[in-house]
Design a binder for this molecule. Structure first.
Ligand code: UT7
Length: 332
């Protein structure tokens, strides 16, 4: 008798996204810091970003995106086995935003937990969901990437405040036959460079005090140009790993959805992978950098556009603080 485990496949069956109504344009930012629309567009590709209202928290954005993803997939919240929320701006340090979301959705059966992998959180979440489903531990998992970066952005620091936006994206992942859906996943971390992108205050190392707040330690600290150097290299590696592990190459890809951190990073990745402009999904001009939410938002927009067809090969590639990076390759 064989005791070999039968691996199942895992498939994204519904994607939803939500961005807050309020839009902050480059012209708005010109009024609050010493910057210009020209600089922001040329250096980052961003024209506007969505900003949450004061009464919205991560669970609220996640809830809106999740409802849409569930509706698209036809899965009921009560059927979910797990909820994984990637975020660095959870409602509170604990309980996990996933627990709050579980209650809001009425997903009584689901084990719910957060993970923090900065901008790569959604990719890490889908990778875990894929493993859980393919090993038979779960059948239906909701993965959410949500970020309210406006809450941890210093709007007196022109080097960071022009970049970030708020939003949420969600995907329902379900079991399927091994030949369908997700073909490969890749996740990677290099903890040597934690100082390139981090939030110094508010954790157990450095709880917020009057003094630390005066120093601005409640805000994102970023060494942008140093981070830039790693971004293109890491994303290209992630793309090649996911493709290479199943014997495919960039020439097989129909759509690349890169993390939306900077248009120049996206172009660098596109050129190294020798992809055409129309193969790369870009929404950074309208969304800014929404960290872990950027890939599921872009995927949601791609699905809505109807240009993606059944059978298309889609590659999701992220890079972020940690440093963390990774990729998901799937057949639509
Ligand atoms: O999502 C996670 C991953 N994130 C990333 O990978 C981000 C990677 N980094 C970047 O996207 C870019 O480094 C930035 C967009 C953050 C910055 O672009 P850059 O071309 O690397 O600019 P820089 O930081 O080297 O700054 C160049 C100049 C500086 O002036 P000096 O020192 O040359 O006089 C800055 O002070 O641009 C100045 N500058 C600005 N000027 C106008 C920085 N921010 C601004 C601004 N408006 N908003």
């Amino acid at each position: 008798m064989s005791c070999e485990r039968q691996l199942k496949g895992a498939k994204i069956t519904g994607v939803g996204y939500y961005v807050p109504e309020k839009i902050l344009t480059n012209a708005d930012l010109e009024k609050i810091v010493d910057t210009s629309d020209k600089w922001i567009v040329e250096r980052s590709g961003i024209r506007e970003r969505h900003i949450s209202s004061d009464d919205q928290a991560a669970s609220d954005l996640a809830y809106e995106a999740s409802l849409k993803a569930l509706e698209k997939s036809g899965v009921k919240a009560e059927e979910l086995d797990q909820i994984i929320v990637g975020t660095a701006t959870s409602d509170m340090l604990f309980p996990a935003t996933a627990c709050l979301l579980q209650n809001m959705l009425g997903a009584k059966k689901a084990a719910a937990y957060d993970l923090t992998a900065a901008c790569s959180g959604f990719i890490f979440g889908v990778s875990i969901a894929d493993s859980m489903i393919s090993s038979g531990k779960a059948e239906k998992i909701l993965v959410v990437g949500v970020e309210l970066l406006s809450r941890i952005t210093d709007y007196t620091d022109r080097a960071t405040c022009v970049l970030f936006g708020d939003g949420a994206g969600a995907a329902v992942i379900e079991s399927c036959s091994p030949q369908e859906g997700i073909l490969s996943t890749f996740i990677k971390t290099d903890g040597e460079y934690t100082d390139l992108l981090y939030l110094p205050g508010g954790g157990s190392r450095n709880p917020l005090t009057e003094e630390s707040i005066k120093k601005g330690e409640q805000y994102i600290h970023m060494k942008g140009s140093e981070l830039f150097k790693y971004a293109v290299k890491a994303m290209v590696q992630a793309a090649r790993e996911a493709l290479g592990s199943v014997g495919l190459g960039p020439e097989d890809v129909d759509f690349l959805i890169p993390h939306q951190a900077n248009i120049r990073i996206i172009q660098g990745v596109r050129k190294r992978l020798k992809l055409k402009k129309e193969q790369v999904v870009i929404n950074i001009d309208r969304m800014g950098n929404t960290s872990t939410a950027s890939i599921p938002i872009a995927l949601g927009e791609l699905e809505e556009s109807n240009i993606i067809k059944k059978g298309n090969l889609v590659l999701l590639v992220a890079f972020g603080g940690g440093l963390t990076w990774g990729s998901i390759l799937f057949r639509k």
